[in-house]
Design a protein around this ligand. Structure first.
Ligand code: NAD
Length: 478
């Protein structure tokens, strides 16, 4: 899909003009404020009003949010790609639509009950209050839609801390959702943020006494920050998902699915395949099918050239002297995160047609392409002797994130052994990774996958407190 630059520029300048006006005059109910104190206070008042509404009315507001987000899915997708310079518009449209349609609502808040001789005891799920939600640059509208629906379904309001590099997209999403809520007769400012998101603003938000719960979707630093905040925190952190292919797999299908999953939104999703581990006997066929489905194979010096482009290297000399080998560490060059395979290949002098979706290359298991979370369509492939070695390596390169892993195999024992060993929140068998968040697979969606704190695929119930209500000697009819 072509991006209409004029349209994007017009939307961005309109949003900024409105944001600046509202920041100086009050938000007009659309949630954007000059200071954290104002954003938290407005969200606190909005949550009190939400609490007075029936669950049925809450569902009306959520339906309006879903419809608005679905309707503006394309505008938000184009804005995100334009502003952050990452990802693919067509895929981001799908992700926005997915968040709008497949995020669970109030039906997720199931009550538990015990009844018997002593009466009736209920466990109900009540809201936390005001949630501080920190969102990533990689999913700047999707996470706001998904967290917004889920947190409001649970009876909360939300103060968002968007990533500064995608702030206009996140703020626009907040406005769209607030507008929908108000249009459906709900309170103003259920979702708020500051007009100029920054690390300082996020820290002030996290420390604010009226923020009752924190939810961080991002890399290790922000997950650590919320977990050490002293507040109830949900941390949805980084992944490095391996995809194993054993000799029993449907090899063509495995190749097709891996390319589809790896290239989705140019590999930005935390769940996307980041390295392939294949049993050696089928490697050639797998690679040849990957080429058929949009993989472009590079080797030798081209790999070395690509290392220099997409990674920055830091060499540390051992403190004790010159006999020890220097320690090399790598960091991902952010300029290439979420870029098209064609663009990345161009940097090393290779021109390819537009239908090339992923750069593939054979590497050793300790190559930085394997060990770093690249978040771009560059996919290393490692050959091993057998499935036991594949499983051991898959566990090792997942780095204990316990996030996502994929396996292509027709052998139930092999699938079970890897799933048990890798202990990931999401384990996808014989499909692209995105099946794990409800695309072409059963189940609801989320854009906040909380491995470190254990909530798993978050949904409205993740944003609730359990409350027990006991009535003795009555209301049991048995
Ligand atoms: P990031 O960690 O740089 O930023 C995420 C958010 O945290 C941003 O709003 C940022 O401003 C804030 N932040 C970063 N460091 C902080 C700190 N020390 N204190 C307070 N706030 C801080 O990540 P990103 O580049 O925006 O997103 C990509 C990362 O997020 C990847 O590692 C990806 O795997 C992960 N991710 C995880 C999930 C999940 O559900 N588990 C979903 C999407 C992205």
């Amino acid at each position: 899909m072509d991006i209409d630059q004029n349209l994007i520029a017009r939307i961005a300048s309109e949003v900024m003009a409105r944001v600046q006006k509202e920041a100086s005059t009050g938000s007009g109910g659309m949630g954007i404020f000059a200071t954290i104190d104002e954003a938290v206070e407005a969200a606190r008042l909005a949550q009190k009003q939400l609490r007075k509404l029936t669950i049925e009315k809450r569902e009306v507001l959520i339906t309006a949010m879903r419809d608005a987000a679905y309707k503006d899915a394309a505008i938000l997708a184009e804005m995100a790609v334009n502003e952050s310079g990452m990802g693919r518009v067509a895929d981001k449209i799908l992700k926005n639509q997915l968040a709008a349609r497949k995020t669970p609502g109030t039906e997720d808040l199931e009550t538990e009950a015990w009844s018997g001789d002593k009466g009736l005891t209920l466990i109900e799920r009540g809201p936390f209050g005001v949630i501080g939600a920190i969102t990533p640059t990689t999913n700047p509208s999707e996470t706001v839609i998904n967290n917004g629906i889920g947190m409001i379904a649970a009876g909360n309001s939300v103060v968002f801390s968007p990533h500064p590099t995608a702030k206009n997209t996140s703020l626009k999403t907040i406005r769209i959702l607030n507008e929908a809520i108000i249009g459906a007769g709900g309170p103003a400012n259920l979702l708020t943020a500051v007009a100029e998101p920054s690390l300082e603003a996020t820290n002030a938000m996290m420390a604010h006494p009226h923020i009752n719960m924190l939810v961080a979707t991002g890399g290790p630093a922000v997950v650590r920050a919320v977990m050490s905040s002293g507040k109830k925190a949900i941390g949805a952190g980084a992944g490095n998902p391996p995809a194993i292919v054993d000799e029993t797999a449907n090899i063509e299908r495995a190749a097709r699915d891996i390319i589809a999953g790896c290239s989705f939104d140019n590999n930005l999703p935390c769940i996307a395949e980041k390295e392939v581990i294949t049993v050696g006997s089928i490697a050639d066929r797998l690679i040849s099918y990957m080429q058929k489905y949009g993989g472009y194979l590079i080797s030798g010096q081209d790999i070395d050239r690509l290392v220099k482009v997409i990674l920055t290297e830091n060499v540390e000399m051992a403190a004790s002297g010159c006999t020890e080998k220097p320690k090399r560490t790598y960091a991902v060059n952010k300029k290439f995160v979420g870029k098209d395979a064609k663009y990345i290949l161009k940097q090393i002098g290779i021109d390819v047609p537009d239908d090339i979706r992923v750069v593939i290359c054979e590497t050793s298991a300790d190559h930085p392409f394997v060990l770093e979370e690249l978040m771009m369509p560059v996919l290393p492939i490692i050959q091993v002797n057998n499935v036991d070695e594949a499983i051991a390596l898959g566990v090792s390169v997942e780095h204990g994130n316990r996030h996502t892993a994929v396996m292509h195999s027709q052998n139930v024992d092999n699938l079970t052994r890897f799933a048990k060993a890798v202990e990931t929140t999401i384990f996808v068998k014989n499909a692209p990774s995105f099946a794990g968040i409800g695309v072409g697979g059963e189940g609801f969606t989320t854009f906040t996958i909380a491995g470190p704190t254990g909530e798993g695929l978050t949904s409205p119930r993740s944003f609730t407190r359990q409350r027990r209500c006991v009535l003795v000697d009555a209301l049991s009819v048995v």
